[in-house]
Write a protein that binds this ligand. Structure first.
Ligand SMILES: CC(C)(COP(=O)(O)OP(=O)(O)OC[C@H]1O[C@@H](n2cnc3c(N)ncnc32)[C@H](O)[C@@H]1OP(=O)(O)O)[C@@H](O)C(=O)NCCC(=O)NCCS
Length: 174
């Protein structure tokens, strides 16, 4: 397995994986190409036998470059439960682009146990606290009228992990 920063040519592959996972919000190919074009240093893809087995999209908050925002994390079904997502997070945090990062922000759905497990585990490994607040309410998602019946979107709870220091990041396995 290799970890590498995504390029714009990974956009279609990431979109295909997101479709297969079936639980993540599906964004456009254009959005995933932007990840490779503009945010490669704070994002990662995992290649397993030449296949895209996982990815993380992330970026530094424009108004606060000490905070890495993790947007989406996905691991193909066959690769789950083996520490891959945790290693991908460590891979990003150890990059030069994250040398000054002291906080990691992400959002989790209240019923997404794997996602909550992933970020609680990372906080434990970094010996850092997690502050939890609602970032996007269900009502905000509901304000979008798709013109046809649709399942309500869960609220998105902001997990703010930190502060953590460079030594804690260095100690992560990747
Ligand atoms: C969330 C996801 C990325 C985790 O990937 P993974 O490679 O299996 O995660 P890891 O093996 O690194 O596990 C990290 C921690 O989460 C826990 N965890 C993983 N799957 C879990 C599950 N189904 N239920 C509860 N905890 C779980 C692990 O036990 C581990 O805990 P630890 O740190 O205490 O050991 C993967 O399940 C996935 O792709 N899910 C669908 C997409 C999604 O929901 N993404 C998150 C929202 S953006």
């Amino acid at each position: 397995m290799i970890f590498r920063p995504p390029g714009k040519e990974d956009g279609a592959g990431i979109l295909t994986l997101v479709h297969r996972l079936g639980v993540l919000d599906i964004n456009s190919a254009y959005a995933y190409m932007l990840i490779g074009e503009h945010h490669a240093g704070t994002s990662v893809v995992a290649e397993i036998d030449g296949e895209l087995g996982g990815f993380i999209s992330g970026y530094l908050l424009p108004a606060d470059p000490e905070t890495l925002f993790v947007w989406q994390v996905g691991v193909a079904q066959a690769g789950r439960g083996k520490g891959l997502a945790t290693r991908m997070l460590a891979e990003i945090l150890k990059r030069p682009a994250c040398a000054d990062v002291r906080y990691l922000d992400t959002t989790v759905g209240p019923t997404n146990e794997p996602s909550q497990g992933l970020f609680r585990g990372l906080a434990r490994r970094l010996n850092a606290r997690i502050d939890e607040t609602e970032l996007f309410s269900a009502e905000l998602f509901d304000a979008f009228d798709e013109g046809e019946p649709h399942d309500p979107h869960e609220p998105e709870i902001l997990f703010r992990i930190g502060p953590f220091d460079a030594d804690a990041v260095s100690a992560l396995s990747s």
